[in-house]
Design a protein around this ligand. Sequence first.
Ligand code: NAD
Length: 287
Amino acid sequence: MGRVEGKVVMITGAARGLGRSHAVRLAEEGADVIAIDVCEQPSAVEYASSTPSDLSETARLIEKSGRKAVTKQVDVRDRIGLKQAIDEAVAELGRLDVVIPNAGISPLGVDRPLSAFTDTVDINLVGAMNTVHAALPHLESGASIILMGSVAGLMPRSDGGGASGPGGAGYSFSKKMLDEYANWLSVQLAPGGTRVNIVHPTNCATEMFQNSAVYRTFRPDLEDPTPEDAEVTFKAIHGMPMAYLEPVDVSHAIVYLASEESRYVTGLQLKIDGGMLNKFAAGFSFG
Ligand SMILES: NC(=O)c1ccc[n+]([C@@H]2O[C@H](COP(=O)([O-])OP(=O)(O)OC[C@H]3O[C@@H](n4cnc5c(N)ncnc54)[C@H](O)[C@@H]3O)[C@@H](O)[C@H]2O)c1
């Protein structure tokens, strides 16, 4: 018997990266999955985004575990389209137990336009809230909402100074606001038996964090930094000997928070950071 046997899970940003990893792990543990993604290139983002064939591949991997997959191509900023997609998918699968608003962008760099700030907030923060609010009418006691935070949401305020630019500021702002949203929403939903938790991963080995804009942001001292140059910094910022998490390192926590094993866990801010935040708290700095 799987750890989430018979549950129906909805994940945004499911075409690749962390979203796909969560979908696959949850399907392996017995869940059917509603996999949502826009599969289009956001204008503010320099790295290539996912495609419709990526979303189909996620569905194939879910079905490989013997579970059902329903895919929907919709933008999380489109609240009406999102509600329609979720309503249709829930009608098809019969219920909704777990909601994971995972879709996000990270357009780092001083050369990005102001829309890098506004698009990031619209997708990472407003899009996550759109997802939860569209799903809420389908949730019953025992449901679990798992938000995707970031160590960026737990670091001291960064308002776009340095090399991360307006997109970096939008990213940190969004994740900080999601921390608060998790706190406030968990209080509102606790009496009805729905849980709200948020995970805060450090760097993950996905396209979002393995691209030249990220390397330039973290190695502003070099003109054209390589992945190996960036890795020197990524190893230095962690307490443990590591540069990146693998997506499945986050998905293991997602399975726990989706399952009955965590049935009385709500309002949790779960760091998965290889000791990074405490290293900074103990005095480490980039300089
Ligand atoms: N990669 C990291 O280092 C890292 C660290 C901490 C937190 N996170 C968070 O994890 C989540 C997933 O990141 P990832 O690394 O898998 O990124 P990714 O770029 O690999 O995947 C993100 C997915 O979201 C989709 N998406 C983007 N905008 C969308 C929109 N408007 N509507 C619907 N879908 C949209 C993309 O098409 C893509 O498939 C994000 O919320 C991110 O902030 C990532």
